[in-house]
Design a protein around this ligand. Sequence first.
Ligand code: FAD
Length: 429
Amino acid sequence: NTSIMLFTRDLRVRDNPALAAACGADHVVPVFVFDNTILDGPFAAPNRVRFLLDSLADLRRSLRGLGGDLVVRRGDPVTETARLARETHASALFLGDERSAYATRRLARLRGLDLDVSAGPGITVVPPGDLTPSGGDHYRVFTPYWRAWEAARWRPVADSPKAVRLPPGVRPGRLPRLAGLVSGSPSPGLASGGERAGRERMAAWLREDAADYERVHDDLAADRTSRLSPYLKFGCLSPRELAETGPDGFRRQLAWRDFHHQVAAAFPRLPKDDYRPRGRNWCRDDAALAAWRDGTTGVPIVDAGMRQLRREGFMHNRARLITASFLTRDLGIDWRHGLRHFNDWLTDGDVADNAGNWQWVAGTGNNTRPGQTMNPLRQALRFDPGGDYVRRYVPELAGIDGRRVHRPWALPAARKRALGYPPPIIDLD
Ligand code: FAD
């Protein structure tokens, strides 16, 4: 008998329950389909596609090491799966159970094929829908979710496959080049994708930084959070494995990720609609929005975050909070503009996490603390007290020592003019 393993965002061989189950068959066809619908939409950001290609090349290496290969196709994943099933006489299909609106529709269509379809866990630690409050469909507030999550029994870790046997006659196909998939260039400081790179990063972080996580995770200049989010986004690492290995505070962050995924599953319009009305109209200010995107607002901590995003395809969580609060609460601009820009650049850009966090900051979301505006200057002095984060990303300000870097508008006029840095678009003092 032959099974198909359809990889989507679980690009790993370790602790991959769907792959482990598929390998129970005599022959397995591990396949990834470059989905034209996704490639034609906002997913096709150069940073994520570059990371995806790295991850697929690495997955292919691992599967070849096990005697198999990664089959690569392009088109509609359902049509391509059906074609492959006909060619290989496969009778079963395995895949990770993802619950975004798009993935849910895709799964429903796959279930219409003449195949025995199993969608297994592996994308989150606890699958969306496994934990529900009594009398409700999903948790709306994080703390009770977190308590239930901590008390939940997690699935057993899946065995790594010992061998992958392809059925005879399957053409694996070539991995496309970046330029054939997307226009534009990735960020110069983009991390390399793949399970191997992810495991190296994970091991180094657990060794050097994990023990200090609680103390330093908000320190912008220290940059000592795990930076594992892109590997989790593409499933190069198992969130289940990380939840077991990482320290307490870190585990709580993984629970936040699961929380957003269960909200998005229960409320598929999360990336589009306010969860609760804001009660005021958003402002339209194209010049301010452009300055925010370009990192030229004249507010150093905001500009540093926005420039980190373009330079690395990544932004520190504290900077995400500050820049998002600045856009929605100081400038009064609709969070959907911010979400789209983040989605254009973030390597970890994810429908559920991006929208859930934007809604939370904007005060329109599930777990909301309305009215909480972060003063960017106070945040800067608290989380980048020495100013190193700003100097790292805003070269115009590299010559200003210490905390004074956060208030360049307070410098003498001649010094200010010489900086070539814009005045702030709002008055923070
Ligand atoms: P660590 O501090 O090492 O945390 C470990 C892991 O926990 C992360 O890798 C991530 O998977 C998860 N995590 C941590 N914080 C959150 C959170 N608030 N929500 C969900 N998961 C979390 N994260 C994304 O993965 N994709 C996004 O598109 C995304 N968009 C965001 C947008 C805004 C406006 C904000 C404020 C936050 C967003 N985040 C998003 C959450 C968070 O900023 C990143 O997950 C984190 O910065 C990644 O860095 P790290 O891996 O070093 O995190």
